[in-house]
Design a protein around this ligand. Structure first.
Ligand code: PGA
Length: 258
């Protein structure tokens, strides 16, 4: 696990955007795994800027999103379909047929989940997966207690997650109770992983993910098992790490390291 600590979230997002751009420049037909929520918004803004000013090309890119609320149609403004178009897809040259998101309105979720997993395999697997982290340590909607080998499936949202996400809805009662989400096992198969975390409210979840045991109680801790996972944290999200100074020292020395 590589832990990078930045003065603020904008710097973390800029660094993440540079890593995504390197990936796309090295492999123009990359498969990206994408996340929703507030954590990746500044990254997406920077990618749009790079598309406009540097010609960063998405024409051959395929994307798979992590999750979607059950019961929300694509056109629902609170859906993650709408979120992705509003924050990224409408502003880059991605082909509509290369965009995949889990469906929140399937007639047969079990079949849909299997189909979704198969599309990831047929696309060649995810080259680079972007993640946020919940205050309960979840990645995607893999709430505490999720199997670390889990695949795309329906999860019941934890009350904490529904409260955290209520800010996007009129009230907490409007937040769906279920979501369709890639599993921890699905995520761990991505070749490279970037996790963005900002603010003090993520500090405890980050401490447990980085310095705690690998446990289903904090599904981000499963990233300890991944060979190429980078956490991009602002200072507040890194505040509770006992190894914070060591991580900062590595970051400073890294360019010169043998
Ligand atoms: P946030 O959500 O980016 O809106 O903080 C992250 C998550 O719940 O995974």
């Amino acid at each position: 696990m590589r832990v990078l600590i930045f003065d603020n979230h904008q710097e973390a997002s800029d660094a993440a955007a540079n890593i995504v751009a390197e990936q796309l420049n090295a492999k123009p037909d990359s498969v990206l795994g994408l996340a929703t929520g507030s954590s990746p918004v500044a990254l997406y803004e920077r990618l749009i800027e790079k598309h406009r000013s540097e010609g960063l090309d998405f024409s051959l890119v395929t994307t798979f999103n992590l999750d979607e609320y059950i019961g929300l149609s694509k056109s629902d403004p609170q859906s993650y379909h709408a979120f992705m178009h509003q924050h990224l897809f409408d502003y880059i040259n991605i082909a509509e047929q290369n965009i995949y998101l889990p469906s929140g309105t399937s007639e047969n979720y079990r079949a849909f989940c299997q189909w979704y997993e198969k599309q990831i395999v047929l696309a060649g697997g995810i080259d680079l997966q972007v993640l946020g982290i919940g205050t309960d340590g979840h990645i995607a909607f893999n709430e505490p207690g999720s199997s670390l080998g889990s695949r795309t499936r329906i999860k019941t949202l934890a009350e904490q997650t529904r409260k955290d996400n209520a800010r996007y809805f009129d009230s907490v009662d409007d937040v769906p109770h279920y979501a369709i989400t890639m599993g921890v096992g699905t995520i761990l198969e991505a070749r490279k992983i970037l996790l963005l975390a900002k603010g003090k409210k993520k500090a405890a979840a980050i401490r447990e993910a980085v310095e705690g045991p690998v446990t289903a109680m904090n599904t981000a801790s499963a990233l300890q098992l991944h060979p190429d996972a980078t956490l991009l944290l602002d200072r507040k999200a890194a505040e509770e790490l006992s190894l914070k100074d060591y991580f900062l020292e590595i970051q400073k020395k890294e360019p010169k390291a043998p």
